[in-house]
Design a protein around this ligand. Structure first.
Ligand code: SF4
Length: 253
């Protein structure tokens, strides 16, 4: 390895000749361009698979879908939000999460489908999985159930592509989510699951920035009664209070 930053004036003529000979063929170091922190943010233009331009967006909540919605909107893709999350417990939490999402959709003028809250079926499907950890088989069931219904709605209502805001959260396993998405779509010949990675290009950070800007309700657990139980147990073990539903909102700082 040749040190390209040495002071050549300190070398003898012989050393200089050796040095320049050794340097031949070595590409000069590229200077790293510093990012301008004040440069305006330019969004990547997104395109749907197979040249489509109509999308059904399954939304889990306002904080996760805020950045996703703004990215899709900026790319001029026609889309509708599909809110189907029967996993959320209790009802008070469900209604707050849904209302926050409706408020943001109305701000952008995006159609919003308020689907069922059929908790009975969710609990039926969760039987025997009550003590599974997050990211385990209960979560696969939970994504499957929500995506099956989203895919069915997309198929019945002329949406050639569907996706979900679930994958933007760093708490989730993207491969697990995508597996459920592909599985739901493969039942229909005319439907594609779009596995776009919403976290890339600073998406995760913008998700937080938008949540702060919009003062969204800040949910403190994933959603189901079991995740509420486990989060509370963890909080108590670390000397914190239990979650108080409906009290925490993002603030600007
Ligand atoms: S932890 Fe979250 S993803 Fe898993 S089952 Fe509960 S609500 Fe669904």
């Amino acid at each position: 390895m040749i040190d390209q930053n040495i002071d050549v004036s300190t070398l003898t003529n012989e050393q200089k000749a050796e040095y320049f000979k050794a340097l031949k063929g070595i590409k000069p170091k590229k200077r790293k361009q510093k990012k301008d922190p004040n440069a305006p943010f330019v969004r990547e233009k997104l395109t749907l698979p197979d040249g489509h331009n109509k999308l059904l967006l399954h939304s889990c909540c306002a904080p996760c879908s805020g950045e996703v919605m703004e990215a899709i909107f900026a790319s001029r893709i026609e889309f509708t939000i599909y809110f189907y999350n029967p996993n959320i417990h209790p009802l008070k939490e469900y209604l707050i999460r849904k209302e926050e999402n409706i408020r943001f959709a109305q701000k952008w003028g995006i159609p919003f489908i308020d689907a069922d809250y059929d908790r009975k079926e969710w609990f039926e499907r969760a039987k025997g999985m009550e003590y599974e950890p997050e990211r385990g088989i209960r979560c696969t069931m939970c994504f499957d159930m929500r995506f099956e219904r989203a895919a069915e709605y997309a198929h019945n209502n002329g949406f050639p592509v569907f996706t979900s805001s679930l994958g933007i959260s760093r708490w989730k396993d993207m491969n697990q989510i995508n597996g459920c998405g592909y599985r739901a779509a493969e039942k229909y010949d005319d439907l594609i699951y779009w596995d776009y990675n919403w976290r890339k290009g600073g998406g995760s950070k913008r998700m937080i920035d938008i949540s702060k800007r919009e003062r969204f309700y800040q949910q403190e657990y994933c959603g189901c009664v079991y995740s509420l139980r486990d989060t509370n147990a963890h909080r108590i073990a670390s000397g914190r209070n239990k979650i108080e539903i409906g009290t925490l909102y993002y603030s600007a700082d």
